[in-house]
Each structure stands twice: as C-alpha cells, then as structure tokens.
Design a binder for this molecule. Structure first.
Ligand code: ATP
Ligand code: MG
Length: 250
C-alpha cells in the first residue's frame, strides 16, 4: 500500500502516513536505512502511549519553547528522520523562536548533508548550518563529533530530536541545555536531556511552535517560571507509567 492509497478512515492512518514519509526520505537519499529501524522502535512506544500527547509531554513542550525563547543562541538539530518527517514544521519552529537550523547526521556523508539542507530550503529555510563542521563534541570519535562552530559549537540551547544516546550525553557534558524529543523514556538520550519530550516528533514540533507563539510576548520572569517549574525526572517517570499502564482506548 502506498501513502496515496491509505484511506483516512484507516485506524493507523497517521502512523502509515508517517512511515510513508520515511520511505520517501530513504528514496530521496535524505533518510538512512538505519533511520527506518529507529522509527520502528519509536512507533512501538507511541502505540503504547495511544498515539497522543500525554499531559506531561505537553508541559515539556511548553518548557522547551520557553527555553528556546530565552536562549541567546538556540539551535535546532535536523537529522535524516527529522528532515523526512517534519521539514516545514522545523522551519516554522525556527522562525517562531529565532533559532538556527543545523543538519547533524549520525551517518555523516556530504551528499546526505547537502540533500537535507536543500530539502529544508525547499520548505522555506533561509539559512542551514552544519555543512561546515568546524567544531567538535568532546569524547566522541571523529565523524560523530562534528558540529558547526557557528551552530551547536556555540549554542546555549539545542533541540535534538531523535538524537543518538552518545551524542546526547556529549552535549550534556558540554553544559548545553538539551531539549530531546524521544518516545522512549528509558533511552539514554531522553535521560541526558534537560527537557525530555516523550512524544512523537510529528506532534511535538508543531506543539512547541504553538507554545512559542503563545509565549512570544511573555516576560523574562514568566519564561523563567515555566523553565524552573519543569521537572525532568517527573516527566520521564510519568511517561513510563503511561506506557506501562497503556490503558488508552484505541
Ligand atoms: P539510547 O538513547 O538508549 O542510546 P539509541 O538512541 O541508540 O538508544 P535508537 O533506536 O537508535 O536508540 O534511537 C531511536 C530513538 O528515537 C528511540 O528511542 C525511539 O523511541 C526514538 N524515535 C524514533 N522515531 C521517533 C519519532 N517519530 N518521534 C519521537 N521519537 C522517535
Ligand atoms: Mg536514543
């Protein structure tokens, strides 16, 4: 079944449409094959969550928006899955928060970097960082350490959706505020985050944009309040409870 043929009434419509976007991403040389496997792991957690944004994830999305708005140099990291699933949505979030977009790949090839940058530009991005990787994350081997000196290299807040656990840990060690979207509350990435967002990327990014717009005129003190009242441990524990109980009707 191709994406175009899925009837909207199909109970897995959203899930199938999301898969189809990833298949297209692979066909276009944007998404890696390993990205498909990573997505499968995410889907399993999403199924158990009832494919919805739980309350604690919405609170995390609002806290993440506040962090991005407060930041001096916020950066949104884009990998092959993110580029396939939410390119326009990432561009909108960048605009709503004044953040830079940086392409960041686990399996780094110049060709894929260029394709993803072009794909983001097609979706309205004016500037895409990551092609010049002049800085490095500490403690990682050569290719995986590469980041843009003008982007993550000097960022104070970084959104890393679906980041690999090692790199998430390296960023945390650098003292960067790390906002991680990851459906697995037990993953090292989620655990390394300042703000773990246990939600599907396709819901999380528009939600953050919504909150960023809502908070556009908030005072520094209001943003500080939102950030300080967010509890990462509690958010992870709540998501894990929701998954283990999995009482959602479907
Ligand atoms: P660890 O973080 O424990 O080191 P990992 O990062 O190596 O694990 P992977 O399976 O490579 O594990 O990473 C994929 C992660 O991305 C999984 O935790 C999965 O739940 C998450 N994920 C995949 N697709 C999505 C999505 N669409 N939205 C949110 N999270 C997703
Ligand atoms: Mg991970």
């Amino acid at each position: 079944m191709t994406g175009a043929e899925i009837p909207e009434s199909h109970p897995r419509f959203e899930s199938l449409r999301t898969r189809h976007r990833l298949e297209e991403g692979v066909d276009r040389g944007i998404t890696s094959r390993a990205g498909l496997i990573a997505h499968g792991r995410g889907e399993a957690f999403d199924y158990l969550l009832g494919e919805r944004t739980i309350e604690s994830a919405a609170a995390a999305e609002r806290a993440a928006a506040a962090y991005l708005l407060r930041a001096d140099h916020p950066v949104l990291s884009v990998n092959g899955n993110v580029a396939a699933l939410a390119p326009g949505e990432m561009v909108e979030l960048a605009e709503a928060t004044g953040a830079a977009l940086e392409v960041n790949l686990f399996d780094r090839t110049d060709e894929r970097l260029e394709r993803i940058a072009a794909h983001l530009r097609e979706h309205g991005a004016t500037e895409v960082l990551g092609l010049e990787a002049g800085a490095r994350l500490p403690g990682l081997d050569h290719d995986r350490a590469k980041v843009d000196a003008d982007g993550i290299g000097r960022a104070d807040v970084v959104l890393v959706p679906l980041e690999d656990g090692d790199r998430a840990a390296a960023l945390a060690e650098m003292g960067v505020v790390e906002l991680v979207v990851d459906l697995n509350p037990l993953s090292r990435s989620a655990r390394a985050a300042t703000v773990p967002i246990v939600d599907n990327l396709v819901r999380a990014v528009p939600a953050m944009t919504h909150y960023a717009r809502e908070l556009a005129d908030a005072t520094e003190a209001e943003l500080d309040d939102i950030v300080e009242s967010f509890d990462a441990e509690e958010a992870l524990a709540d998501a894990e409870r929701a998954i283990r109980r999995s009482e959602t009707e479907r």
